[in-house]
Design a protein around this ligand. Structure first.
Ligand code: AVJ
Length: 329
């Protein structure tokens, strides 16, 4: 009996994702070691990110939230009624409530997210709160060209929503690719008045940026190190978490925060039967978080085919929310 209980209590076997395996192998096997930031968000990583969003030093979430709330009427006035909102990467679909509350008579909500299970749960509760909004969830990778369902007959236009400065995880080249892709997805099926509402973190005092990614409670460090924990669990790795240090700094030439995990000693790590050697002080580059000036971001958006039409920011110019329209071809 007790044996049965303890067996049942054992952790579920870790899922094996062949793409994760391939990406980790490529990243750790490279001359300059890297790991893709998108893998931070397992269960524990998502919890840690939510904690980050509440840290006193981490201004982006609360600042964007404040802009959305205070500028809601202005944003709604520009976007107008009868739009279908397409959200790129709608993890928990929380910020969307602010937008749906502000918009006059929103017609639809179409979130796209890699994790179909998370998405269905979030959409189900959202649907109860907004019974008149047609909700259609799409499970998939929005960085690739995804076919979207046909536009709603009652929708006048399609409006993309990409909050949180998630675009900062892309290099400017990758961001351009994402914006071009988003423009294509919003253009077909979108009518006159379609566009993209996007949150972008701004270039600022490096000390403020540095603090936001080096919080005194150590949550960002735990978030960064959790990636190694995930590799240990899901890919049968033997990373010693005590032998790697969180290292985050602002790179002013590339306008970005870089996060690294730095090996504190010479060591060999095994992942899925493969061995990787580390020198003392060698790093794994785990994340870029690119910052923009309003002008640099508008230039990027224009290059992708958008027309920058409005921008809202906070009194301290910490964060920006851009409204980009799609000129009719
Ligand atoms: C979710 C990509 C916007 O870059 O600020 C927070 C992730 N990394 N602290 C960011 C993150 C470290 C976050 N984004």
């Amino acid at each position: 009996m007790s044996t049965l209980v303890s067996l049942r209590r054992r952790e579920r076997p870790a899922p094996h994702d062949p793409e994760f395996d391939r990406d980790v192998q490529a990243g750790l096997g490279a001359q300059v070691k890297t790991l893709p930031a998108k893998y931070f968000y397992d269960q524990r990583g998502s919890e840690l990110f939510e904690q980050i969003c509440r840290l006193p030093e981490y201004y982006p979430t609360r600042t964007e939230w404040k802009i959305l709330r205070e500028q809601g009427p202005a944003i709604a006035g520009i976007i107008g009624p009868d739009v279908e909102v397409v959200e790129f990467g709608a993890g928990a679909a929380e910020k969307i409530r602010l937008l749906l509350n502000a918009l006059p008579r929103p017609a639809g909500y179409l979130p796209i997210d890699i994790s179909g299970a998370h998405l269905s749960a979030a959409v189900a509760s959202l649907q109860r709160a907004y019974p008149d909004v047609t909700m259609r969830a799409v499970a998939g990778d929005f960085t690739k060209q995804l076919p979207l369902p046909a536009p709603l007959p009652q929708a006048r236009a399609r409006v993309g929503f990409f909050p949180g400065s998630t675009i900062g995880n892309f290099t400017p080249d990758e961001a351009l690719g994402f914006l071009r892709n988003a423009a294509a997805m919003l253009r077909d099926g979108g009518g006159v008045g379609s566009g993209l509402l996007i949150g972008v973190d701004l270039v600022k005092d490096p000390a403020v940026l540095h603090a936001a990614y080096n919080d005194s409670a150590g949550v960002t460090a735990a978030f960064n190190l959790n990636l190694l924990e995930r590799i240990n669990r899901e890919l049968d790795g033997d990373f010693n978490l005590d032998a790697f240090d969180h290292y985050a700094f602002y790179n002013p030439r590339q306008h970005r925060i870089e996060m690294h995990l730095v090996s504190s000693k010479a060591q060999t790590v095994t992942v899925a039967g493969r061995q990787y050697g580390f020198d003392a002080g060698e790093s794994i580059h785990t994340e870029n978080s690119c910052k923009y000036t309003p002008i640099r971001f508008r230039q990027l958006a224009e290059k992708a085919g958008f027309r920058p039409a409005a921008m809202w920011t906070d009194p301290d110019s910490l964060f920006s929310l851009h409204w980009l329209t799609l000129p009719q071809a």
